[in-house]
Design a binder for this molecule. Sequence first.
Ligand code: BMA
Length: 361
Amino acid sequence: MKRTTMLMLCGLTCLVAMAGKKSSAKILLDRLGELQQKGIMIGHQDALFYGTTWKWEFGRSDMKDVCGDFPAVLGCELSGLDFGKEKNIDGVPFQHMRQQIISFAQQGGIITLSWHPDNPLNGLDAWNVEGKAVEAVLPQGQKHDDMVQRINKIICFIKSLKTADGKAIPVIFRPWHEMSGDWFWWGTRQCTTEQYKALFQMTHQLFEKAHVNQVVWCYSPGADAKDTPEHYFSFYPGDAYVDLLGVDLYQFASDEEFIRMGQNEMKIMHNYSLSHHKLFALTETGYRNTPNASWFTTVLEQAVKGFRPSYILFWRNAWDKKEENFGPAPEKNCANDFRKFHDNPDLLFLSDIRTKFNPQK
Ligand code: BMA
């Protein structure tokens, strides 16, 4: 055998061996990196479970009803799973969630998981800010063991996300989000930044201890009108714990203000992501009930203009709360505008990413 052929074969074997060792989280990270070069993926929370006018028609999606395409990113919510409940806080059965995640991943879709865990001190919901709950769940705290058990339930669910041939399905996990606000028990008024970082790190370490290798970790503060890099990173647990930077930005004021804030947050994340090799995304967004019929093309597109976030995720079109409606839907005035948005070649939907860098194909 010629030396060059031998070297080539050896190279190939090494590559195959390396590929064999690549965790599914790393495969997803690499895919996200490649896709980011192609465009911005569009996502929708709970897209496959319900819309404002329908529910539990699995296989349907408001976005598909509007533009003929599924979102590239599916957001799912885990609240309740940590107590072994059958359904999440919004009534989605975890069994169905698991089936939908598996089938969506097999079609090439990307999954992100949010979690609004109940207050560990009183069992009330995530928005209950009574007591020093973060301190209580950290090691030495009186609710630490309970929280470890709760996190272990989340781990079990994530580990159960596998293809038919047993391959781990990677997910983007976005725990302890919007900590820069004061509405959750892990928020800014309820704990110190050091306690927050310890909470994030503890969660990450429990996943590591359980050998979970299918999670891409996301840090996502709420947007702040006066955000600066120092403020954005004040809760940051460190590069070792985070793969993807995110921000949750909703429109509450004028179009101009939303665009200004979007540009500011994009710049902060973009700059850091370049120097620290991270990805970044608009992890939650929307304008309640989308009163501006051309919001997607005239406001949202402007808010991210010039930047390449990995994805933009619209929050849910809730079946149970009329005021919680953030994505496109056929009955909304913005449907036409969303079809234009869909035609933008820089925006990626499921049909665009299905075959692009899809490790399942
Ligand atoms: C919040 C709201 C709630 C919902 C929760 C979890 O932002 O949409 O109505 O229960 O997310 O999905």
